[in-house]
Design a protein around this ligand. Structure first.
Ligand code: SAM
Length: 275
């Protein structure tokens, strides 16, 4: 009998992938966690019925969370990741020798535990001595750490369940205060096909808090619509002012010095959303 995983991305549309094996299907203290082996995308982490990452396309999202901000800040020594328990963003951060310490705060220890077991290529750097892993609510961590970080990356689930308060103006204000005086942050902000309202409202809120706000995008096949956006807020440095020739070539598969500014060129209907 064939088994298929289907994610209902709207009430009338979804994606589906053929399952080879189910490793984990568990209700944690915070969310439903599934770890499945698919034919097309390899191992897939699913939280509350939404694809979080897969072996095949994870590099796009993880590179595009980490490198645009780290190549904009001239001296990113102290970095925070909120969420990101699969470790993919941390793996990319570790490619930057200027980073002395990266702190990962995920609310759900089970995501970290199962990612280490079933997604070793993604989670492999979580034990790096430059990394500190904390199981806690990112909102609380931000609140308790003022003027601490050069860069903050929000690699959260969608704005339902434990991540609901990570998409609020109050959270962006907290991030502003947790950053040093020249800090930068970036958050994944979903897709413009089905979540246009979210992109609009996040943009409006971040603009009320940060003087420099930019939106960029990447193609992630297993995320709804494939067109994924990221919103960046900065106190001082503008990613569009970076001299591309100063960006080092890195061991990446999606991000490159050529792509750094190109990713900020938005399709016109997305531009219109954030005017
Ligand atoms: N890349 C994915 C996406 O865009 O679909 C998200 C990656 S997944 C690893 C996101 C993580 O955020 C989950 O491990 C979840 O436990 C964590 N998370 C959700 N709410 C959180 C909160 N309030 N504080 C810290 N981590 C949170």
């Amino acid at each position: 009998m064939e088994l298929w995983y289907t994610e209902k991305q709207t009430e009338s549309y979804g994606i589906t992938a053929k399952i080879k094996e189910t490793y984990v299907s568990e209700q944690t203290d915070f969310q439903k966690l599934d770890m499945i082996e698919t034919e097309e995308f390899g191992t897939m982490l699913v939280l509350d019925g939404m694809v979080m990452t897969t072996d095949k396309d994870e590099f796009v999202y993880h590179e595009m969370v980490a490198h645009p901000v780290l190549n904009t800040h001239p001296n990113p020594r102290h970095v925070l990741v909120v969420g990101g328990g699969d470790g993919g963003v941390i793996r990319e951060i570790m490619k930057h020798p200027k980073v002395e310490k990266a702190v990962l705060v995920d609310i759900d220890g089970k995501v970290i535990e199962y990612s280490k077991k079933y997604l070793p290529n993604i989670a492999g750097e979580l034990d790096n001595p430059r990394v500190e892993v904390i199981v806690n609510d990112g909102f609380m961590h931000i609140h308790d750490h003022k003027n601490t970080y050069d860069v903050i990356m929000v690699d959260s689930t969608e704005p339902v369940g434990p991540a609901a308060n990570l998409f609020t103006r109050g959270f962006y204000q907290g991030i502003y205060e947790a950053l040093k005086e020249d800090g930068i942050f970036v958050a994944q902000t979903d897709n413009p096909w089905f979540k246009a309202d979210l992109i609009e409202s996040v943009n409006r809120d971040v603009k009320e808090v940060f003087p420099i706000v930019r939106v960029y995008w990447a193609n992630v096949p297993t995320y709804p619509s494939g067109l994924w956006t990221f919103t960046l807020g900065s106190k001082k440095y503008d990613p569009l002012a970076v001299d591309e020739s100063s960006i080092p070539e890195m061991d990446t598969k999606y991000y490159s010095p050529r792509l750094h500014k190109a990713a900020f060129v938005l399709p016109k209907f997305v531009e219109d959303l954030i005017k």
